[in-house]
Design a protein around this ligand. Structure first.
Ligand code: IVH
Length: 675
């Protein structure tokens, strides 16, 4: 730390830079290859920060293999061609157990009955890449291209964190070319498409296309922004290595920091091979990445050489392909479903079709943006994809099959279930129904309404709520206050005592403070803290209901989005009716006079928050402190009056103890509310 202010000599800088790079490479390796990090992100960031700082001071010490150089690179005008020293072959396909046995027989025949072991690997559905290391340093990377020559994508590969810029070995071979598959995790693919849909950009059809598109970018900064990954699975041209089997190659890869898939196993019989193929097939849906089969490779490198290859595929390996996860069918209709939280999801009703072993008759179109980006129309022939355990989705329409009779679907502006207005908040992809009485979201809304932080209706949990809704006794939250005890007896497991208790709990909830009533309404984005703020500021439901966007925005902590959400909620007649009936029932509809002006027991005090609190988000806790008159700062110093610590507190707690600053619990903090 102290070093930062002192100008280092070139030698000192060189030593520290080298040590930082070593540490960063080690932690990259722990994180990206072993999947087992040893330090926190913050500590890692600190190493990177220091390295960047030193390199800025001593630019002459920057080398291309520095971890800071992953995201450098100027956009290229075009890709250079790269000739592969050894051709990058492709694989013959097998589709059944019989095909696999036939492969095994061919191998045995050519090896004249010598015993043969195999290595079985998942076939990653990405794109093949070749990486060249000279004396352990990454110097060039290429796509497969036509197998003889590919494109130079060195700068793009450099941006992938699981590509080591230097091999983890003291004596690297002078030349080592390795091959592997670059790919994108399904989740990262979904997220990328979500962002693209939001920006109105064309979507990628699947993770493979997304990975290929990301690597064939002339601007490495774009590649760097995409989450790509590599599994290494083959040796290319090399000098100075003595290895006997493919298994040893993979072990060697791991030892020098090259990421190898963890499902790979060695098998000594073809039955074992088949069993493993089936097992990997069974895991297909649970993996984070797409696989389209398994690759079976003869283990012995001598046997591989003896077997040789035909024109473009080796005789020592075969790809056993799984049934495809994509199929073609017709969109018969598009409907919109309303989920438990009011989210509207467009769904395509499909002519039923077999995909990867199951029949698919519906596919999600996610949201209005995705629907628009994919331009799927009723009557379209479409490619659908069922990958992982996700709901099947539409990849794209087959435009050449359009007849002109297809109908464009327009997203509804009213909820298809209850007719209330739908709302899409700025920055959100989801369109929601805002109806408080919407049957689709009634149960969820009531659970929230009755919950502890809201109206706190004791004994009214999800199971009883469902019963009340199913019996038709409750159609919106206000109905809870007009329940007929006689009728409740019809419900199963509702004895006299339970009914009395429920009625008493409902009665007691009428006295909850105004802020809790606002919170209980379940207005999007209005959490407990915002509800308190609104209550304190408007003081009555009447005024809150009639507040304009500008008036709302003028309230501290209420931003544009919350203001928008409140205005839309209050303008929905359905919601005004619910509020009206709650008022008729005698629920608190205004701030009680004696609580104002609010007590400010933390007036002039400086408070630091650390760890996770159970009832409040960090922001809400900060608001609470401020509403009690206190000031929240982010680091502990001698000027701090209190530290509020939740679970898993960080170094701030340690620091507070060192300085002898009083540490409070969440309950202590709440205690101030009662003062
Ligand atoms: S070995 C000569 N192993 O499949 C053998 N390929 O159709 C070279 N692939 O171009 C390939 N996972 O892109 C091998 N574990 C794996 C693989 C794999 C995916 C791809 C690779 C190759 C294609 C062959």
């Amino acid at each position: 730390m102290e070093k930062q202010d002192v100008r280092l000599s070139l030698d000192e800088a060189r030593r520290e830079i080298e040590s930082l790079r070593e540490q960063i490479f080690y932690h990259d390796y722990r994180y990206y290859v072993l999947d087992s990090p040893e330090i926190s992100d913050a500590e890692y960031d600190e190493l990177m920060r220091r390295l960047r700082q030193l390199e800025a001071e001593f630019p002459e010490l920057i080398t291309p293999d520095s971890p800071t150089q992953r995201v450098g690179g100027q956009p290229l005008a075009g890709f250079q061609q790269v000739e592969h020293r050894l051709p990058m072959l492709s694989l013959d396909n097998a589709f059944s157990r019989d095909d696999l046995l036939a492969f095994h027989e061919r191998v045995q025949r050519r090896l004249q009955g010598q015993p043969v072991s195999y290595v079985v690997e998942p076939k990653i559905d990405g794109l093949a890449v070749s990486l060249l290391y000279e004396n352990g340093v990454f110097v060039r990377g290429a796509t497969r291209g036509d197998g003889e020559r590919g494109e130079d994508i060195t700068e793009n590969l450099r941006t992938i964190p699981s590509v080591p810029l230097r091999l983890r070995t003291k004596n690297p071979p002078p030349v080592l070319e390795v091959r592997g598959e670059a790919y994108m995790d399904r989740q990262d693919f979904d997220e990328l498409n979500r962002l693209r849909a939001e920006k109105g950009e064309p979507l990628f059809a699947n993770p493979r296309n997304a990975a290929a598109g990301s690597l064939r970018q002339l601007d490495p900064k774009v590649t760097a922004s995409r989450r790509l990954n590599v599994f290494f699975y083959a040796l290319g041209y090399h000098e100075g290595l003595e290895l006997e089997s493919h298994w040893q190659v993979l072990e060697y890869f791991k030892s020098i920091g090259l990421r190898v898939n963890s499902l790979i196993e060695r098998c000594s019989s073809i039955d074992q091979v088949w069993n493993l193929c089936e097992r990997i097939h069974g895991l297909r849906d649970s993996l984070t990445y797409d696989i389209d089969g398994v690759v079976v490779k003869v283990d012995s490198l001598a046997a591989q050489t003896a077997l040789g290859s035909t024109g473009h595929s080796p005789r020592w390996a075969v790809a056993l392909k799984f049934p495809p996860e994509e199929a073609t069918t017709v969109v018969e209709d598009i409907i919109v479903q309303v989920g438990r939280t009011g989210a509207l999801t467009p769904l395509a009703i499909l002519r039923p079709v077999e995909v990867a072993g199951s029949t698919v008759s519906r596919a999600t179109l996610h949201n209005a943006d995705v629907l628009k980006a994919k331009d799927v129309r009723i009557g379209d022939t479409v490619i659908i994809r069922k990958a992982g355990d996700v709901i099947p989705e539409i990849v794209k329409p087959v435009e050449s099959k359009r007849t002109g009779k297809e109908r464009i679907f327009t997203f509804p502006d009213r909820c298809p279930v209850c007719g209330a207005e739908v709302q899409r908040l700025p920055g959100e992809a989801v369109t929601r129904c805002i109806g408080k009485a919407c049957p689709a979201q009634l149960v969820e809304g009531l659970v929230h309404f009755a919950s502890r932080g809201a109206m706190d209706i004791e004994g009214l949990g999800p199971a009883l709520i469902r019963q009340l809704v199913d019996a038709g006794f409750v159609k919106d939250p206000s109905d809870l206050y007009f329940l007929d005890p006689e009728k409740l007896q019809q419900l199963p497991r509702m004895g006299k005592k339970s009914i009395e208790n429920l009625m008493a709990a409902v009665e007691a909830s009428k006295k909850r403070p105004f802020a809790r009533v606002i919170f209980a309404l379940g207005i999007r984005l209005v959490g407990e803290a915002a509800a308190r703020e609104l209550a304190a500021h408007f003081r009555s439901m009447e005024r809150l209901m009639n507040a304009s966007r500008e008036e709302l925005q003028a309230v501290p902590m209420i931003g544009d989005r919350i203001a928008e959400s409140v205005v839309t909620f209050m303008s929905e007649p359905q919601n005004r009716r619910v509020i009206q009936r709650l008022a008729e029932a005698g629920v608190t509809m205004a701030e009680e006079e004696e609580t104002a002006p609010a007590a400010r027991p933390l007036e002039g005090k400086t408070v630091v928050l650390t760890g996770t609190l159970s009832k409040y988000s960090r922001q809400e806790a900060a608001e609470l402190v401020r509403s009690l008159g206190g000031r929240v700062t982010s680091s502990v110093s001698r000027n701090t009056d209190f530290v509020v610590a939740g679970s898993n507190p960080g170094s701030k707690l340690t620091r507070a103890r060192e300085l002898g600053i009083p540490v409070l619990s969440e309950e202590d903090l709440e205690g101030f509310l009662k003062e």
